[in-house]
Unconditional design. Sequence first.
Length: 231
Amino acid sequence: MAKKIGILGGMSPESTVAYYLHITHTYTQRYGDFGYPEILIYSVSFQPYADWPGQGRWDLIAHGLSEAAKKLEAAGADFILIATNTMHLVYDAVQSSVRVPVLSLLDVVAEAIQAQGSRSVGLLGTRMTMESSLYSKALQSRGIEVLTPDQAGRDYIDHVIYSELVAGQIRPQSRQGVLEIINQLAGQGAQGIILGCTELPLLIHADDTPLPLFDTTSLHAEAALQFALQD
């Protein structure tokens, strides 16, 4: 029997759907049937988790996500995914609140970058993700340099994420703006780009840039499928 997957989602709905579809569709494409693992989804109300970071209330975020993780565990999840990049800032607190594994997005992305052979990567995401040590700590310990956009670039990407992508709005002019920032990072030496927000793959695709893209949503969801199918 496959392990039962628990998705801690709602941050945003678009990324939660992307996780679900990747797991179910990839399984069917790969194995030719509909025997994909059982999936439990706990979708939080997003507004507090959009407000609390700006208020510095990471204690409330940690508590809220830990309580949600406990509900997934009680419902029978064999392991849990936090279906968002930024909220991995409280990964340790969530993992310590449950007995089942919480599959780390950061570890999955780091392994993919190492497999690609990139030694320097650009990071795109929410302002909090780009300005925190979330990725730098995870990757620099593996000898990978993390580059981020300048202040104007960080503000622009954060605006696109929260004002457009989380509402399901995909705008060509925003795609062009983000691609210009990617080109700037390439000029600084980036050998690949982390799409470090689970909504960014809705906007930026592999054929938009010659740089390798590390789609954190697909990488994390693929790792979950493989983990669920392991004996």
